[in-house]
Ligand binder design. Structure first.
Ligand SMILES: NC(=O)c1ccc[n+]([C@@H]2O[C@H](COP(=O)([O-])OP(=O)(O)OC[C@H]3O[C@@H](n4cnc5c(N)ncnc54)[C@H](OP(=O)(O)O)[C@@H]3O)[C@@H](O)[C@H]2O)c1
Length: 428
């Protein structure tokens, strides 16, 4: 039997789409040899068809997404981005018989359930490896390499921009603003970095990962999220004092009847492998009682790494053409886990209070924590400077419930000797 031809249409030809278009053409022979698939780029839909695009024949360009419904296209790769309008186009393409590969975390995290359900009903496949971690094949790891293996916890560094900023703050003593400017100069941050700094991007990816892991729908908007805007040089110094690094983590915990998904800055002990994930790197740490811990790390953005993830889905679909059409994809929900309410989350916490330099303040604060059932791992007290009469009280707690911690912190802040809001950072 000869090679199988796979007609590919592209929706979008920017950073990622351009790299994929060039790779499909420049690596055509290699892909044919290694996969047995004869990829043929048939149409490239963009907003501006007059703009010249390196390595993409102008005859392939169009501004009409309907051209992607051509019978000579089996798979459409969506790398246009955006939310509502793109989602509508994807639905029309699925109904029109196209398999989809997408890098669009916004669409997958907010409308993935509807998209996958539609695809299941039309016997079409949706590949979305590139939507989480780009060059880090985290979804294939969870869905295929760990198929059948129980996973108890996944901890991810899923946003390269914030990891770059936190690394610069830690290693170069830059302020957050200066570190952001460095990230923008290096091309790792958007002109408007809100989605990254506010943790929204990481929450969308965490939701996709949790959905795949548990086969139940988790939306990005339902993930309790705290970004890094509040992180200061004092936090970085405190982390160092407790032999930790500060990272923005996505935490997914799967227990018997419970699923917990959260995104927030975390103190990560220096000896933990995630503490050494630096700069724009992404990483996923997977814990399983069967396999033991696993760490996967790599580049979470960029045309090359994202193209690598898109190719994995394209090859997957190419290999299964004619098979996917006859069998429903296995992504129907197989049970309902409760999404654990935020207040029930349990973990260690770092607390920092500005306090009056008076005898008894440590006792007052620790008594309040104790009365809320919070035990203490270590305490560090320091005086700001000799003359101000102010000091700092830093406390590392044992595991405690989020709700108890919030109540205890509020009670401590009401003490006359506590001079301002408490700085709280959760710990891994
Ligand atoms: N860049 C990365 O490192 C990275 C990593 C992982 C995932 N992703 C995801 O990949 C997707 C693409 O990212 P990108 O960086 O390649 O974006 P980009 O450089 O801005 O390119 C977007 C492309 O889509 C086209 N486009 C936008 N809206 C369109 C519409 N309504 N109809 C037709 N074409 C449309 C644009 O056309 P014109 O060229 O004519 O303007 C452009 O070619 C996004 O979902 C992003 O989140 C990106």
């Amino acid at each position: 039997m000869g090679p199988r031809t796979v007609g590919v249409g592209l929706l979008g030809c920017g950073t990622v789409g351009g790299t994929l278009a060039r790779t499909l053409q420049s690596d055509h022979e290699r892909l044919l040899r290694e996969t047995g698939l004869d990829f043929s780029l048939r149409r490239v839909v963009v907003r501006d068809a007059d703009k010249s695009r390196e390595g993409v024949p102008s005859t392939l360009l169009s501004t009409r997404w309907e051209d992607l419904l051509s019978p000579e296209i089996q798979v459409v790769v969506e790398v246009a981005g955006g939310a509502g309008p793109t989602f509508e186009i994807l639905k029309r393409l699925i109904v029109g018989g196209k398999h989809i590969v997408t890098a669009n975390k916004v669409v997958v995290s907010e409308h993935g359930d509807e998209l996958l359900d539609l695809a299941r009903r039309h016997r079409r496949w949706v590949g979305f490896e590139a939507s989480v971690g780009a060059g880090v094949p985290v979804l294939h790891l969870v869905r295929e390499a760990l198929a059948g293996t129980p996973v108890s916890r996944v901890v991810g560094i899923l946003n390269g921009t914030t990891n770059y900023i936190l690394t610069r703050m830690e290693e170069c003593s830059e302020t957050q603003e200066a570190a952001l400017r460095s990230a923008q100069r290096a091309g790792f941050a958007e002109a408007d970095p809100s989605m990254d700094l506010d943790g929204v991007d990481a929450a969308q990816k965490a939701a996709i990962l949790a959905t795949l892991l548990t086969r139940q729908v988790v939306h990005g908007r339902d993930v309790p999220t705290e970004g890094i805007r509040q992180v200061t040089a004092s936090d970085i110094a405190s982390a160092r004092r407790f032999q930790c690094s500060l990272r923005l983590l996505a935490l997914i915990t799967c227990e018997a009847s419970d699923l917990e998904v959260r995104v927030h800055p975390c103190l990560v002990p220096s000896r933990h492998p995630l503490a050494s994930v630096r700069d724009q790197q992404n990483a996923v740490w997977v814990e399983s009682p069967l396999s033991g811990p696993l760490l996967l790390s790599g580049l979470g953005a960029g045309g090359g790494p994202t193209t690598s993830a898109l190719l994995a889905d394209l090859v997957d679909i190419g290999w299964h053409l004619g098979v996917f059409e006859d069998a429903a994809p296995p992504w129907e929900s197989v049970g309902r886990l409760r999404l654990r309410p935020s207040g029930e989350s349990v973990r260690r916490n770092y607390l920092r209070f500005a306090v009056a330099d008076q005898a008894g303040v440590i006792g007052e604060v620790t008594t309040i924590l104790g009365s809320h059932g919070i035990s203490i791992e270590s305490v560090h007290a320091g005086v700001e400077d000799g003359s101000s009469g102010e000091g700092t009280l830093e406390i590392l707690t044992d595991d405690s419930r989020e709700r108890d911690m919030a109540d205890a912190v509020k009670a401590c802040e009401a003490l006359a000797q506590v001079l301002g809001p408490c700085r709280r950072i959760r710990c891994l």
